[in-house]
Design a protein around this ligand. Structure first.
Ligand code: IVH
Length: 712
């Protein structure tokens, strides 16, 4: 555990190392300390202390020194996380003895203690029954329980010897698993070494779960689909698949995380006693956290009775989606290790622990039909229509099948019984079909050759998984483009949602994006369900959207591959949006994060006369296509060198405008609370960021008025 003094020392050391440009080999251990510290802040505590670029610079310095002086490389150096090949992965440990090779070439290894499973409970009655059994086995009515999340990932066993991570293994059959040490070392939240020696522990076997952050998973899949690849099914499959991949580069890209929740075995130095923390589960996990391990310290709770456990389970289930990782339940454990030992285990599960499973988010249904939807860029997405089925509190009746390859891979037929899953905020998907239940009446799914809306011939560009309708006047695309323009992330026109847009389009009250600003309101008022008040609200929202900054307009135009970030880059590069018509691919590629694919798409967009005409129309309607701040990004501005973060609901200004104001005055916005943050501007309902900033004590907290004053 780092004390406040350590924190300050390491932070200052990081700054000093960043400032020094000598590749001094004497600094090797300082660099390692600082990188390990930054890793812990980032991966275990979720409170980054260095900017990415600073971290990368330090990492590179260390790598350079080690390249020049290979004799200085130690197995626990942060650079040693990145291996070259799994098959050659070896360690000096006695515990890595290879017996056989699994089909994928991972050595098979035996767990020190079998990895048992957990018995399941589903409701309060089950928990009460389990509590009774516990009391019988424990021989006492006085049992304290510890409750923590049940992570939905891939289980892992880790062995540390003399403080060094020497082996990582998958669960396998519970007795033997696959040795995946190299991949385990790529999990940044797991320390490569820990000070077990301070507590006289020679060897320890720790259990945990390898997981993927839901947002990392979502981004990863977004990228896959953009590249025309089928998305991975869910974070759990992604984690377990990644753990067994042979290419460390790919493993690294997938950004695995881990949580550890159990010490299955330890050996002490001769004649030494176990640390006091190792008398109960709660203290043991706190102790591991102190040693640098990611444990559920924030989520776990000690309960004095099963009633308290039941209440906690019910409350936790309500907020299961708030956690960054997928959880499928909670695990209730008898807290005292002595009582655990007394209770023992069956061949399948320990008697002292039980899983409380949340409501199932898997169900079977029938695949009735497949629809083909046309997106705003012409991509055709097959969508499965299934018998409406409730899963995890919502009724699902259609599920995206992404592309033709997914349909083929899953060997789906109309009429099939299918297993569906909805994992948290991950969209529902079809896990598989159950061909054993076919009766012969099922029909093959044939991908259409022409656009279901405009009937143009579909094309599937080579190397892509997506079929496309290339007719940009295709009605389906036009409507989707209007929907996108008005959406929250783009022009944020409240009340002009999908259903109103479709209705107005069908009634020919709206035919294209500029048409939003020319709607015939008398005609709308004559429609059923449109009262004066709602129409006025809608009018007002449309009027207000004219003030949106240029980056939102650009994003709203729906230029292929131009997401919100690229839109900001483009907006700040020009004085007027139409200036972009004179930019070539080379100039565009010189901008941050713009690659050849995006550049070519932007050039295509601005070459098209219809698009330029649309921009003129928008300008005539009163939208500003100018970058009002162009060229006046001053250095020496009043906020030069100052960092800001906004949190809570802001009522006096829009967050994006406030951020722009900061940047215009030479300040910088940060994405998280860290010691690098100077000012936290809080609106109403500010939550964890405010707490963190208060705890840190180095951040100045401003309300909206104080912030505005500061700008003057
Ligand atoms: S304790 C003897 N705690 O759930 C200790 N398991 O369905 C047994 N799991 O195989 C495990 N979160 O992979 C434990 N907080 C947690 C867990 C957890 C997820 C997994 C683990 C286990 C499976 C059983």
């Amino acid at each position: 555990m780092y004390t406040t003094q350590d924190e300050q020392r390491l932070y200052n050391l990081a700054k000093e190392l960043l400032a020094s440009d000598s590749d001094n080999k004497e600094r090797v251990s300082e660099l390692r300390d600082v990188i390990n510290y930054a890793d812990r802040r980032y991966y275990v505590q979720d409170e980054p202390v260095l900017a990415d670029v600073e971290y990368d610079t330090l990492f590179k310095k260390l790598k350079d020194i080690e390249a020049k002086h290979p004799e200085l490389v130690t197995p626990d150096s942060p650079t040693q996380r990145v291996g070259s090949s799994l098959i050659t992965a070896t360690t000096s440990s006695s515990t890595t003895t290879t017996t056989t090779k699994s089909p994928k070439n991972f050595p098979t290894v035996s767990h020190l203690v079998p990895m048992l499973s957990l018995d399941n409970t589903y409701n309060a009655d089950d928990l009460n029954d389990w509590d009774k059994r516990c009391k019988e086995y424990a021989g006492t009515d006085n049992i304290e329980y510890c409750v923590e999340p049940k992570y939905d990932g891939a289980s892992i066993s880790l062995i540390y010897e003399n403080g060094q991570l020497v082996r990582g293994a998958t669960r396998g059959d519970g007795v033997q698993g696959e040795e995946i040490t190299t991949n385990a070392k790529l999990i940044r939240s797991l320390p490569l070494s820990a000070a077990f020696n301070n507590d006289s522990i020679e060897q320890v076997e720790i259990r945990g779960e390898v997981v993927i952050h839901k947002d990392v998973f979502a981004k990863f899949n977004e990228q896959r689909t953009a590249e025309g690849l089928a998305p991975l099914a869910n974070p759990r499959n992604a984690a377990s698949g990644t753990l067994r991949m042979l290419d460390p580069q790919e493993v690294s890209k997938r950004k695995l995380s881990a949580v550890v929740y159990h010490i299955s075995d330890y050996t002490l130095d001769e004649g030494k006693e176990a640390p006091a923390a190792l008398t109960n589960h709660y203290d043991a996990l706190q102790w591991l956290y102190g040693l640098g391990f990611p444990t559920p310290v924030k989520e776990m709770k000690v309960c004095k009775s099963i009633d308290e456990v039941i209440a906690f389970c019910a409350a936790f289930e309500e907020r299961r989606d708030d956690l960054p990782f997928e959880v499928d339940g909670l695990v209730v454990k008898v807290n005292s290790f002595d009582t655990q030992d007394k209770m023992g285990m069956t061949s399948h599960h320990p008697r002292w622990a039980v899983a409380y499973k949340f409501k199932a988010r898997q169900a079977t249904s029938k695949l009735l039909d497949v629809d083909y939807q046309v997106g705003r860029t012409g991509a055709i997405t097959p969508v499965a229509k299934i018998e409406p089925t409730p899963i995890g509190g919502v009724t699902v009746s259609s599920i995206s099948l992404f592309n033709e390859d997914v349909v083929k891979e899953k060997n789906l037929r109309k009429g099939d019984t299918v297993l569906i899953e909805r994992a948290g905020d991950v969209i529902p998907y079809i896990v598989k079909s159950l061909p054993e239940l076919r009766d012969g009446s099922e029909e093959e799914i044939v991908f259409p050759k022409e656009c279901p809306v405009c009937h143009d011939r579909l094309v599937r560009p080579e190397g892509e998984a997506v079929w496309r309708c290339n007719n940009i006047s295709c009605e389906a695309q036009v409507v989707e483009r209007i929907i996108h323009f008005a959406s929250k992330a783009a022009m944020d026109i409240r009340n002009l949602g999908e259903s109103n847009i479709r209705k107005f389009y069908e009634l020919e009250l709206l035919k294209d994006i500029p048409g939003i600003y020319k709607i015939n309101w008398d005609a709308v008022l004559a429609l059923e369900g449109f009262k004066e008040k709602s129409v006025n609200n809608l009018k007002e929202a449309i009027e207000k959207s004219k003030e949106q900054p240029l980056n939102r307009v650009i994003f709203g135009l729906g230029i292929r591959y131009v997401g919100e970030t690229t839109a900001k880059t483009l907006a700040s590069a020009v004085q007027h949006l139409k200036d972009l018509k004179d930019w070539n691919e080379e100039q565009l590629s010189a901008l941050e994060d713009i690659g050849p694919k995006v550049a070519s798409s932007v050039v295509q967009f601005f070459k098209n006369e219809d698009n330029l005409h649309m921009l003129d129309e928008l300008e005539q309607a009163g939208l500003s296509l100018e970058n009002k701040h162009f060229g006046n990004k001053q250095s020496g501005g009043v906020l030069e060198g100052k960092t800001f973060l906004f949190t809570g609901t802001l009522t006096k200004f829009k967050r994006s405008d406030a951020e722009a104001m900061v940047e215009q005055r030479g300040g910088k916005k940060l994405s998280g609370v860290s010691s690098k943050l100077n000012y936290l501007v809080v609106g109403t309902d500010a939550g964890s960021k405010l707490e963190k900033a208060k705890k840190l004590g180095t951040v100045t907290i401003l309300n909206e008025d104080e912030f505005l004053e500061m700008l003057q």
